[in-house]
Every structure is written in structure tokens, then in C-alpha cells.
Design a protein around this ligand. Structure first.
Ligand code: UDP
Ligand code: MG
Length: 325
């Protein structure tokens, strides 16, 4: 157990306000875990700077010069939380037995990492941190998140309920991640698909300690929508079914009105006509939009662009000769 190298991967985007505190807390935790022989003293914290515009990289880099735990990965530009996380997992993988991913804002209870390690030593390859309740969330975030999980479940996607990206993965599990080639990354959906032995640990999520959320409503909605369309084609099927139903209905209406016409009971019919034009037009636009969404996904996947580009990596020491700051 003493030789288990743990790396904690922390994606950071404009987190200068909270970073010093995050560093102190995680460092204390690693000290404790090392003292308890749960991890090796070669364990590290890898901060991934996701193209921040503030002093985030400067803080990480300077800390790394004097702190044996702290390593940094600087991405060339902002690629979003999921890709930044993947960059960190991939960089950390080869030199770690297991990796824990956690947000920079200390919302997730870091003490839980001890339980993660205990489960890892028991043979689990993936351990999910699951929130006990969502009391610290606003009513709005709570209810939208709940409907999201319900919807995903209804669509047949296997998500761990109330689990965000706070989890432990073994080196072997991260290696398997490589084989999921999709450019549209939704780690929460992909990790359960790996299927190795896993377990969950429950914890209370706290409020963000400093700085502000990088997931305002618009981004949250886009993230949820991406999650759905990356994992399920049920929405397109649903549109197809509606198409069939409205086609059958139009046949029925059509024959009814034709019959009326031949019987001489002509309808003025303007209301029904205009309503159905709008209805069918609307449905068609929705359908085309939805299909476009999937086609767009295929387009993105077909290009196979890199998910992130590493600028500086002090974890694996592939440091370019020029200035690091
Ligand atoms: N983050 C990132 N790139 C982005 C946006 C966010 O690396 O483009 C990081 C952010 O620094 C934080 C984590 O992802 O560590 C989660 O973001 P946040 O706490 O703002 O999301 P919330 O907890 O409000 O959903
Ligand atoms: Mg947060």
C-alpha cells in the first residue's frame, strides 16, 4: 500500500482566487494519507490550467518550484472542463497507480479521498463520489439536474445518479478510456461503460469557496444537451414516431373532409388549415434541427481534431526551452 502512487488531477479555469487554498488543503491531505501509509510519498497533485486568462498558471508554476507535490499541465487554450480533465488523466496515467479527479473550487469534500483509497486497496478500479443531497444548490440547479438524470435514465443511459466528476480511476481504467475515440466527451457517461469493478462513496457537497461558477445556465444547458445527443438516438426516433403519427392523422382528417365535401357539407376550414400548417411546419423544423444536431456531431467526430493541446507539462517534464511563464 505504501507504494501506491496517487495523482490528484485538478482542472482549473480562472481559479486564481481559490488556488492557494486548494493547494494547502490537498497538500495536507496527501501528507496525512502518506502518514497513514495509504499512498506513496511520490504522490502528486497535477493542476491542469485550461487556458486561464488570470494568474492561474503563474500560481501553479511558482508553487511547483518549491512544493514537491505540485505539478502543472498548461493547455495551449481553453478546451472546457471535460477535455481539460482528460488531458490531466492522460498526462498522469503512466506515472500513477490511480488518479482522483476533483474540481478546483473545493466544493467536493476532499476527506472522501481517504475512502476512495481504501476502496482502491480493496480492489476497486473506479470509485464514484456521489452527493448525498443537493441542499447547497439553488432550487433551480437542483431541479434541472434532477430532471436531467431522469431524462437520461429514461433514454437508457447508465449514469451514476448525483455523481459529477469527482472520482478515482485506476491506471488500467484510464488506459481503457483511450479506446473511446469520441471527440464529444461526456466522461460521466463513458466511465460507467468501462465496467471494471466499481463502488460509490457518499459525501456532502459544499458551496464554492471563492470565485464564481464557470457553468452559467447557458453552458449547463449545452452540456446537458450534448450529454443526451452523445449517448442516445432516442430523440431522433421520437421525432420519427411523431412524423408517422401526424402522417396517419392527416390521412384520417383528409378523408373525413373529402367525405364532407362530397356530401355537400363544405367546411370554411380556415382555422383548421392554418393551425395544421403551423403545427406541421413547427414539427418539421424541430425534426430538421434535431437531425442537424446529430449530423453536426458526426461532422465534428469525422474531423477527429485533437481534444486538447499541451503547452507545458511539468509532470512528465516535457518542458520547452523557452520561458515557462
Ligand atoms: N473548468 C475548466 N475549464 C472550463 C470551465 C471550468 O477547467 O472551461 C474547471 C473549473 O476551474 C473547476 C471545474 O472545471 O475546477 C468545475 O467548474 P465549476 O466549479 O465552475 O462548475 P460547477 O461546480 O459550478 O458546476
Ligand atoms: Mg464547482
Amino acid at each position: 500500500m505504501k507504494d501506491t502512487v496517487l495523482t490528484i488531477v485538478v482542472p482549473c479555469y480562472n481559479e486564481e482566487e481559490i488556488l492557494p487554498e486548494t493547494i494547502t488543503c490537498l497538500q495536507e491531505l496527501l501528507d496525512e494519507l502518506t502518514a497513514e501509509s495509504l499512498i506513496s510519498d511520490r504522490s502528486k497533485i497535477l493542476f491542469v490550467d485550461d487556458g486561464s486568462k488570470d494568474r492561474t498558471w503563474e500560481i501553479i508554476y511558482k508553487e511547483g518550484l518549491k512544493n514537491k507535490y505540485v505539478k502543472g499541465l498548461k493547455l495551449a487554450r481553453n478546451v472546457g472542463h471535460q477535455n481539460a480533465l482528460l488531458a490531466g488523466l492522460e498526462a498522469a496515467r503512466d506515472l500513477s497507480d490511480c488518479v482522483v479527479s476533483i474540481d478546483a473550487d473545493l466544493q467536493d469534500d476532499i476527506r472522501v479521498i481517504r475512502e476512495f483509497m481504501l476502496k482502491f486497496h480493496d480492489g476497486c478500479e473506479i470509485v464514484y463520489g456521489v452527493r448525498k443531497s443537493r441542499e447547497t444548490d439553488t432550487f433551480f440547479k437542483r431541479s434541472t439536474a434532477q430532471s436531467f438524470y431522469k431524462l437520461m435514465k429514461g433514454l437508457g443511459v447508465d449514469l451514476v445518479y448525483n455523481h459529477a466528476d469527482f472520482r478515482l480511476m485506476s491506471q488500467r481504467a484510464i488506459k481503457e478510456l483511450d479506446r473511446f475515440k469520441e471527440v464529444n466527451l461526456f466522461l460521466r457517461g463513458i466511465v460507467p461503460l468501462i465496467g471494471f469493478r466499481s463502488d460509490v462513496v457518499y459525501y456532502d457537497r459544499l458551496e464554492r469557496k471563492a470565485g464564481e461558477t464557470k457553468y452559467p445556465f447557458k453552458k449547463m444547458l449545452a452540456f446537458a444537451f450534448d450529454g443526451i445527443t452523445s449517448f442516445s438516438i432516442s430523440p431522433i426516433r421520437f421525432v420519427l414516431v411523431i412524423g408517422f403519427v401526424s402522417f396517419l392523422m392527416s390521412l384520417a382528417f383528409g378523408s373525413y373532409f373529402l367525405a364532407l365535401k362530397f356530401l355537400g357539407a363544405t367546411q370554411t376550414g380556415w382555422t383548421s388549415l392554418i393551425t395544421s400548417i403551423w403545427l406541421i411546419g413547427g414539427l418539421q423544423l424541430i425534426a430538421i434541427g434535431l437531425i442537424g444536431e446529430y449530423v453536426g456531431k458526426i461532422y465534428k467526430e469525422a474531423k477527429q481534431r485533437p481534444k486538447f493541446i499541451v503547452d507545458i507539462d511539468t509532470f512528465n517534464l516535457s518542458v520547452p526551452k523557452r520561458q515557462l511563464l
